[in-house]
Design a protein around this ligand. Structure first.
Ligand SMILES: Nc1ncnc2c1ncn2[C@@H]1O[C@H](COP(=O)(O)OP(=O)(O)OP(=O)(O)O)[C@@H](O)[C@H]1O
Ligand SMILES: [Mg+2]
Length: 373
């Protein structure tokens, strides 16, 4: 799919902005703090309803204003999609898809498909397991909104079980209710584990192939879902292994007042030529692995939805060597790409056509270089 246009009112540093996009490549050039990432952030919001930088809607609304508005018009193979968001201080955001207000804001998923790659994504490899769980969860949710509901339920049930564990510590009488929460946690948790395992099984060969190409056959990338629950062939069997793990860990759980087994403790293993890249990879290797995973996600979304997602590349081109830049653009011929960069020269070797370039200066966006504002 691709986006035809974007409209912003009082979003971040923009008063009013209206842009028509190129179906292939759109490059935003400008100095620091001018409003380049803000545009990508607005696009991302129309896909997930959330920002990739903050959980606080207030930060998205222009400092001196009470409301912000975002609208995109997207083209898909068979349909068009219009997504609008209205953000208001101290209110739930209001989302419309094709003119109809959503009763549940999570229904925004599955309309605009977006993959982002930013320097932050290095965290995906470098930081703790929660970043990698988030990667799996976000990607699966985008393709399968029901997964997002399981996750929300799981987190709620987990919180309730943990609270109960703390209470039992003081009053044994609460022990009886624990079974109810145990059953819920294993039921929903097993669904999460199975979906994640499926996701990793599919993303593994895609990312390996892409990684091979980017590294000119030098590196073999392997990704593995690492679960503390034994994955078995059927749902029932996996459920059973979760049940027995939970039983085994009861004593420890009670002592610590928290649930120590389950998908909230899982991880995604990332290996290059057999070496754990999370601990031993160079910065460049880690970045390339993150990139391969993100690009694999593009193929996966295409396979699932028959639409290519939009790719947002925030500040990453200057960090890739020219071969990797070229590979990226060539491999993604059918994908609409939004790039931000501080120097057009960073993209010089790509022969970026004038028609793709937007200049951004102090929340003003123009097709010609802006000398002063
Ligand atoms: N709610 C807001 N209201 C008004 N201005 C805001 C708001 N939030 C952020 N800004 C301003 O937006 C600017 C940052 O925009 P953005 O992150 O898009 O910069 P950028 O062009 O991507 O810069 P860089 O090259 O440094 O990444 C800052 O000047 C910041 O003060
Ligand atoms: Mg930026």
């Amino acid at each position: 799919m691709y986006l035809e246009s974007l409209k912003l009112i009082n979003f971040r540093n923009y008063n009013q902005l209206q842009l028509k996009f190129h179906p292939k490549l759109n490059v935003f050039v400008g100095n620091n703090a001018q409003g380049k990432t803000n545009i990508l952030e607005a696009i991302y919001l129309t896909s997930t309803g959330k920002s990739f930088r903050t959980n606080k809607d207030r930060e998205l609304i222009k400092f001196d204003k009470e409301q912000a508005y975002i609208k995109v018009e997207g083209k898909k193979r068979y349909t068009d999609t219009v997504v609008e968001l209205k953000l208001e201080e101290n209110k739930k955001k209001q989302i419309k898809v094709n003119g109809v207000t959503l009763s549940k804001n999570t229904d925004i998923l599955n309309n605009v498909y977006v993959v982002v790659f930013s320097p932050e994504d290095l965290k995906l490899i470098k930081e703790g397991p929660s970043e990698r769980r988030k990667f799996m969860d976000d990607e699966i949710s985008q393709m399968k909104p029901s997964y997002f509901h399981y996750l929300t339920q799981y987190n709620r049930v987990l919180l309730q079980r943990n609270n109960l564990l703390k209470k039992i510590h003081h009053h044994k009488k609460y022990m009886d209710t624990l079974d109810i929460w145990n059953e819920k946690i294993i039921e929903i948790g097993t669904r999460i584990i199975i979906e994640r395992a499926k996701f990793v099984t599919r993303i593994a060969p895609l990312s390996r192939l892409i990684h091979r190409k980017i590294t000119e056959n030098k590196e073999n990338l392997e990704v593995k879902y690492i679960s503390n629950i034994q994955l078995n062939n059927t749902f029932e069997e996996t459920l059973e292994s979760f049940r027995s793990r939970l039983k085994e860990s009861l004593e420890v759980d009670l002592q610590r007042g928290t649930t120590t087994v389950g998908p909230h403790r899982d991880d995604l293993g990332v290996f290059v030529n057999g070496i754990d890249i999370r601990s031993f990879g160079s910065q460049g290797q880690q970045r390339t692995c993150a990139l391969s995973l993100k690009l694999a996600e593009i193929e996966l979304i295409k396979g699932e939805t028959s639409e290519y997602p939009i790719l947002l590349l925030d500040d990453v081109m200057s960090e890739l060597d020219i071969n990797r830049q070229k590979f990226l653009i060539k491999a993604l011929r059918d994908v609409q790409i939004f790039i931000t960069t501080t120097e057009r020269e960073h993209l010089n070797d790509l022969n970026v056509d004038k028609e793709y370039v937007f200049y951004v200066k102090n929340a003003i966006v123009r097709k010609e270089k802006i000398e002063s504002v």
